[in-house]
Design a protein around this ligand. Structure first.
Ligand SMILES: Cc1cc2nc3c(=O)[nH]c(=O)nc-3n(C[C@H](O)[C@H](O)[C@H](O)COP(=O)(O)OP(=O)(O)OC[C@H]3O[C@@H](n4cnc5c(N)ncnc54)[C@H](O)[C@@H]3O)c2cc1C
Length: 338
């Protein structure tokens, strides 16, 4: 086990925030996790798991032992009549995996193209975009317990997936390292086109029955137009979850703000567009120090260059207060604040 000391994490998080990892270990296999667990000194130390750093806000140096997840490998595990089962190491790049599965002729992940980060982090917050969530394509995963060093396999039911949520953000938060993920890509393939931007692309292109590669390209083009490229403006994607309110609460808000963007859910509750709430409070383009609300999408906070985590957090709190003051709704951050 090789411990690196004093590692600057600025290039390891897409917000580009500075923070020092006092100690960092690169994890390339289950055995690497066990070596950490069994280590007389580091075994008991608090741990922080880091994938691609695209869903974290680093506000200070990290005292915990950082486990940088770099488990590689991807393969077709099984070809069933009803699905392709694909397995990938937790350290594989998510977008590259999506691209590779399409190139192999195994469609199903196209709506999740261009989401930054690693395969291992995808189940943590049940990544989702354009009408598909990871849980819709999930088969099972392998993880190593950070106390016992034992490897376990978790099925979909055991992961307790929810909206940007799973057992890895709840009971197993920081307790278990995901090392491999298996995806179930259903056959025959059915496109998921219900999302308004995708439907618009389909109509504009005149393609009645797009193939999966076409959908992937539309998704990537829409994302490139809407979201800042982290290499240009550091960011962590959507900064707040879309809040879910009761129908009565939504009706009350519509009474005051008829324009509010909202989506009724099957259980009778209503999901509100957090970006709309933030925009309505006049935040688009505003900044605190070098942290700002992205001009083209109020849900995204960006690093205008040289920002520190405290500036991002101060801006986020100010937004939360003003949204609460106007709408009585508490916005919950999506990234993990460290
Ligand atoms: C421009 C941009 C666009 C985005 N768009 C979307 C989107 O459309 N939909 C969406 O859902 N998300 C989106 N995100 C958020 C982010 O890409 C995802 O949450 C992604 O899955 C995070 O992966 P990561 O490897 O960077 O995780 P990290 O940021 O490194 O870690 C995130 C969390 O997962 C934990 N973790 C990481 N790896 C493991 C592991 N192997 N085992 C256990 N725990 C682990 C970490 O401890 C941390 O708590 C976007 C982010 C950006 C910057």
């Amino acid at each position: 086990m090789q411990i690196e000391t004093g590692v600057n994490l600025r290039s390891y998080n897409t917000f580009g925030l500075p923070a020092l990892a006092h100690r960092l270990v690169r994890v390339r296999s289950d055995a690497d996790v066990r070596a950490v667990v069994d280590h007389p000194e580091h075994g008991r130390a608090p741990k922080f798991l880091l994938g691609g750093g695209s869903n974290v806000v680093l506000t200070r140096d990290v005292q915990a032992l950082v486990l940088k997840i770099e488990v590689r490998g991807r393969r077709l595990l099984e070809e069933r009549p009803d699905a392709f089962i694909v397995e990938a190491g937790a350290g594989e790049n998510w977008h590259d995996l999506v691209d590779w599965t399409l190139a192999q002729g195994w469609p199903g992940l196209e709506n999740l193209g261009l989401i930054p980060g690693t395969v291992g982090a995808a189940p943590v917050q049940n990544i989702g975009a354009y009408g598909v969530e990871l849980q819709d394509r999930f088969d099972s995963l392998d993880a190593v317990d950070l106390v016992t060093g034992r490897s376990v396999t978790l099925t979909r039911a055991m992961c307790h997936f929810g909206y940007r949520d799973s057992v890895f953000k709840q009971a197993l938060a920081g307790k278990s390292v995901i090392t491999r993920v298996r995806l179930r890509l259903p056959r025959p393939w059915q496109p998921v086109l219900g999302y308004v931007d995708l439907e618009r692309r389909r109509v504009e292109s005149g393609v009645a029955m797009p193939d999966a590669r076409q959908v992937f390209e539309w998704v990537c083009a829409i994302r490139r137009a809407k979201l800042p490229d982290p290499s240009e403006f550091g960011n962590a994607g959507s900064f707040f979850k879309n809040p879910v309110v009761s129908e009565a609460q939504c009706r009350d808000i519509i009474g005051r703000d008829p324009e509010i963007v909202h989506y009724p859910l099957p259980d009778g509750s209503v999901k509100l567009a957090a970006g709309w709430l933030i925009d309505a409070c006049g935040w688009k383009g505003k900044s605190v120090g070098r942290a700002a609300v992205y001009e083209r999408q109020a849900l995204v906070l960006v690093n205008r260059g040289g920002a520190i985590g405290a500036e991002v957090v101060t801006l986020a709190r100010a937004i939360q207060e003003s949204v609460y003051g106007r709408f009585g709704i508490r916005l919950e951050p999506e990234p993990v604040v460290v």
